[in-house]
Design a protein around this ligand. Sequence first.
Ligand SMILES: Cc1cc2nc3c(=O)[nH]c(=O)nc-3n(C[C@H](O)[C@H](O)[C@H](O)COP(=O)(O)O)c2cc1C
Length: 181
Amino acid sequence: MPIDVDTFRTGMRRLAGHVCIVTTSFQGQRAGLTATAVSSVAAEPPTLLICINRQNSSHSVIRQSGIFAVNVLALEDQGLANRFASRILGEERFAEGVWRTLDTGAPLLESALVSFDCRIAQAVEVGTHGVLFGAIEGIRVRQTQTKPLLYIHGSYGGFAVPGASQSPEVLGMPTWGQIES
Ligand SMILES: Cc1cc2nc3c(=O)[nH]c(=O)nc-3n(C[C@H](O)[C@H](O)[C@H](O)COP(=O)(O)O)c2cc1C
């Protein structure tokens, strides 16, 4: 039986997502958007994927530049998640947050739990979306105990282990002490 769009969306709204800001830079102009369709693909070679609606303005900029960064948001960065999914466009979105670059030149968010600096290795079009595979050229891990920002059923939220202390060790998050690249 064919699945209609509403049923698909209803199902996917129950899939918790880690909220990320995907960024790029092309000819001196930065672009970026909020995205949850991000997944690990392989450790060898280090690869992840992002799914971006081809109607989103960032999609063509990412394709043109051939680079992107995935910034995994901390709980306190919900404001940035809203900003990068709002009517504010292009460079203006970067007026908030502290941004830097690593290897490719794509913008990395200082307050992200982790940022993956990628070059497009492969691109596939599936319906409305571009599925972009990123060869990871750099990783910046933030030294923090901050929890991640999650998204489910149309709402932002945090992560909790039922009945357990909320120390970072319990959450499986080491007390990070180094920046890797
Ligand atoms: C929590 C959340 C998750 C989102 N995930 C995605 C996603 O994975 N892929 C996508 O193309 N758009 C996603 N969006 C929508 C884009 O962030 C939004 O359409 C944005 O305004 C696009 O900006 P642009 O047109 O400047 O690229 C998401 C929005 C929110 C609020």
